[in-house]
Ligand binder design. Structure first.
Ligand code: NAD
Length: 296
């Protein structure tokens, strides 16, 4: 069993760290929030006094931070960059959703010092993090991927090798852009049906059995009351926040610009989420985009 320094114990990182403990690993936990650290300690982890403390002597360092600026600061440009303290034979796994360019920059800087840094963002939300069923999209060499896989399997069900450094982040940006389009499109169709007198549960079932079937209809219906146990039936609390989806759509737009890939549907979805966020809905689950249609 390995010693793992885990940095960033929020909605996702907390349960991920706990699943590593359940699998028998030793976890040295650090977060800027003491409460987040204490939660992991109550499940058997040990509290690290700082990120440097968590990373020093660890076999693996895993980070789950909000954005690229935090990841770059932690490893490279902050007051105490972790690349200065991580052991040569350690593997750094960054599971935050960030821009591919930052992941590649940090990975290259790590490689210059003989250290391995891979990107391994996730899909599956807080539910998947708790259940240990996340999908990991990994940007790494074959050797790095082979080393990371058994650790990632403690936290996820599907572990994909997307390609070399940055490829995991590119896969994640593509997936979430598609998810935003699906959720907006599903909300659009359901709202139109309702405005024309249809029962959203009946319409959802019809589309699920027809060519409009998609993930949002199957497991994440955006209309309150149609499906039990999803954020729409809980005042859009929990789940995946509009703020995070808006961040991810920004990453997708950057990627499209850099690669000259047309994304008219993604751009439209970003505008919708931007409008929805500007109305004070940033903290709600992203399926609340349905409200935007209802209010129009
Ligand atoms: P969160 O805000 O709940 O957690 C982030 C944690 O990082 C916080 O506890 C914060 O205190 C900590 N932190 C920030 N800077 C730090 C630093 N320098 N040192 C130590 N700790 C620091 O966010 P989250 O929902 O856990 O998301 C984390 C990442 O996972 C994001 O990149 C997000 O886009 C991605 N993600 C989230 C979901 C989801 O459903 N929430 C799903 C897939 C991917």
């Amino acid at each position: 069993m390995a010693t793992i320094g885990f940095i960033g114990l929020g909605n996702m990182g907390g349960p991920m760290a706990i699943n590593l403990l359940k699998a028998g690993h030793e976890v040295k936990a650090f977060d800027l929030s003491q409460a987040a650290v204490e939660h992991v300690v109550s499940e058997g982890g040990s509290a690290a006094a700082s990120a440097v403390d968590a990373a020093t002597g660890a076999d693996f360092v895993i980070s789950m931070l909000p954005a690229g600026v935090h990841v770059q600061g932690l490893y490279l440009t902050g007051e105490a960059p972790l690349l200065d303290v991580v052991s040569d034979n350690a593997l750094i796994i960054d599971s935050s959703t960030i821009d591919a360019a930052t992941a590649q920059r940090v990975s290259a800087a790590a490689a210059e010092r003989g250290i391995s840094f891979i990107d391994a963002p996730v899909s599956g939300g807080v539910g998947g993090a708790i259940a240990g069923t996340l999908a990991f999209m990994v940007g790494a060499t074959d050797e790095q991927f082979t080393k990371a896989k058994p650790v990632l399997e403690c936290m996820g069900k599907n572990i994909f090798h997307a390609g070399q450094s940055g490829a995991g982040q590119i896969a994640k940006a593509c997936n979430n852009m598609m998810l935003s389009i699906l959720m907006a499109g599903t909300s659009e169709a359901l709202n139109m049906g309702m405005k024309n007198g249809l029962d959203p549960a009946v319409l959802s079932e019809i589309m699920k059995q027809s060519s409009g079937n998609n993930w949002a209809l199957q497991v994440y219906n955006p209309v309150p009351g149609v499906m039990a146990g999803v954020p729409s039936s809980n005042n859009y609390q929990g789940g995946f926040q509009v703020d995070l989806m808006f961040k991810d759509l920004g990453l997708a737009m950057e990627l499209s610009q850099q690669s000259n890939s047309p994304v008219p549907m993604g751009s439209a979805a970003r505008s919708l989420f931007s409008l929805h966020k500007s109305k004070g809905n940033g903290g709600l689950d992203f399926s609340s985009i349905f409200k935007l249609y209802q209010e129009s």
